[in-house]
Design a protein. Structure first.
Ligand code: ATP
Ligand code: MG
Length: 228
């Protein structure tokens, strides 16, 4: 896995941004599979601050980041990246990717992991076209967002932007600095943070939907229980 990346010269670093309200086994399993298939040197989880394009998260960014930390503990390739916690306010992925580019220089290739549901809305993101100059996109399918002839039915401007960017193999990611779009083959897991929040609010178990340490933290801090 990581041996592949080293052999090719430039290591690949995965970036997984999200509200993570809370992180769950859907995120974790997909991350593990991608790290293995593409040969990521490390995979950074970047919990987002206030999202510009969706409702406010139910838990504070500090709590959400703490849960990510507990959930990835023990996986030496997974890293909690708290830059959006430190930045405060509205989160723009493009800012984090610019920063990571500056910090890591040209000696790594950044791969931004994104679910098909989120990728469909990419053209609404701040400075979205700039992202293709900063990273590759690794798209993961989600139940309900099926592949249509190996691509998604994307909004026109996104479809046009991606037209020349589709990568046919994970291997090609290593030989281009940024701007490719790769649909990663991953296990479809019908788990969402929305359903987890609903389970907890209803007093139902979320065991096996997310790591035990994360569940314990949520219980100890009375998160998502609906009582405020
Ligand atoms: P919510 O229901 O609150 O939107 P979520 O489960 O979609 O939560 P997010 O934090 O919104 O989780 O997702 C972060 C990223 O992970 C997004 O790119 C999203 O598409 C992706 N993702 C979330 N759950 C899955 C899953 N089960 N399989 C694949 N990708 C996922
Ligand atoms: Mg979501």
């Amino acid at each position: 896995e990581s041996v592949q990346a080293i052999e090719s010269g430039v290591p690949l670093v995965g970036i997984f941004g999200g509200t993570f309200d809370p992180i769950h086994n859907g995120h974790l399993r997909v991350a593990e599979e991608i790290a293995e298939t593409i040969g990521l040197r490390e995979l950074r989880f970047v919990p987002a601050g206030i999202p510009r394009l969706r409702h406010a998260p139910a838990a504070s960014l500090q709590h959400r980041a703490a849960i990510v930390g507990l959930a990835i503990r023990g996986n030496s390739r997974f890293v909690l990246d708290e830059r959006e916690v430190r930045r405060h306010g509205v989160s723009y992925s493009v800012e984090s990717l610019r920063e990571l580019r500056r910090e890591m220089g040209e000696c790594v290739i950044l791969c931004f992991i994104i679910g098909a549901d989120a990728f469909m809305k990419l053209a609404d993101w701040h400075s979205w076209r700039e992202l293709f100059g900063l990273c590759h996109f690794i798209i993961v399918a989600r139940p309900g967002y099926a592949l249509a002839s190996n691509r998604y039915a994307l909004p026109q401007e996104l479809e046009d932007e991606c037209a020349q960017r589709w990568a046919s193999s994970a291997d090609s990611l290593k030989y281009t600095p940024s701007g490719l779009v790769f649909i990663a083959p991953t296990t479809l897991l019908d788990i969402s943070a929305t359903s987890i929040r609903a389970h907890i609010a209803a007093g139902k178990s979320v065991r096996y939907l997310m790591p035990d340490a994360a569940i314990d933290y949520i219980a100890a801090n009375h998160l998502y229980s609906g009582g405020g």
